[in-house]
Design a protein around this ligand. Sequence first.
Ligand SMILES: Cc1cc2nc3c(=O)[nH]c(=O)nc-3n(C[C@H](O)[C@H](O)[C@H](O)COP(=O)(O)O)c2cc1C
Length: 314
Amino acid sequence: MGIMASSVQNPDLSVKIGRIRLKNPVIVASGTFGFGEEYEDFFDLSRLGAIIPKGISLKPMAGNHPPRIFETEGGIINSIGLQNPGFQDFIKDKLPYYKRIRSHLIINFFGNTQKEYVELARRFDEVPEISGLEMNISCPNIRKGGIVFGSNPKMAYHLVRKVRKSTKLTLIVKLSPNVTDIKLMAKSAEDGGADAVSLVNTFKAMAFNIHSRKPELGNLIGGLSGPAIKPIALRMVWEASQAVKIPVIGMGGIMKAEDAIEFILVGASAVQIGSANLVNPRTAIEVIDGIEKYLIQNQIKRVKKLTCLFRPHL
Ligand SMILES: Cc1cc2nc3c(=O)[nH]c(=O)nc-3n(C[C@H](O)[C@H](O)[C@H](O)COP(=O)(O)O)c2cc1C
């Protein structure tokens, strides 16, 4: 009987975000996966690390005037305007669906005032099906004349602190990339008590039609996502990872496993798949399989090792 060299056949893909243990680091991003049902014909949703449905507000929202999506070279600009059924109808009509799915449910939510954020966090805290919250701070504060919460470090800090006090759930703060210093924003979220930060949300953008001489989007300005933003998103995830001690969830233009691995190598503990879901609905599954293959090929036992390359404290 010879001595067999130990080889990695079943690498450990699990990661921990706050108190949530994900079976793998792949999450589907808010707004790009509907409420999940739309995708169940393409793969078993229980394979996902987590599902983040469309962002929820206290009251239903109708969203912006059409057209709401415009395809650009290497990406899309959307101005959906955070259309959603609101808290009550989400709980009544959408939540029951997730009982059958053995994946974590993380709720993306937002408010127009600090009070609305706090109220929503309090309400979601009492819902047993929910594993965690992702607060979208890329929203204008109507009481402060429309300054976006996520572009002002002080405002973000106070908002996160208030929300932190109103929920025991794992709290992820989703950062806007439309800021001068992403490190400062990530630090503000951490200081406010966030368990993790996720980034990036979309970049403010626009497109104009030279024939009609009208804007391509009903709302004039929208948010750019997809491969066009990947190198900038990657840089921001790197900077945020260096600025905080908490886990970072990276996204922005991930289309395939190699993209996801880049984000993990610069410090992300997990990744989110956004616009790619609209192009190939199986992207998330292909990314999970691709990460596993990469670990086997490189004989790496756990995906966490990749995150720790530049973040040894994790
Ligand atoms: C159509 C669409 C709707 C979105 N809706 C939300 C939303 O409700 N809440 C949110 O935090 N992010 C929303 N996002 C942003 C994505 O979750 C993600 O942060 C962004 O698209 C960057 O990732 P990607 O390049 O992989 O798409 C939306 C993006 C798109 C394209």
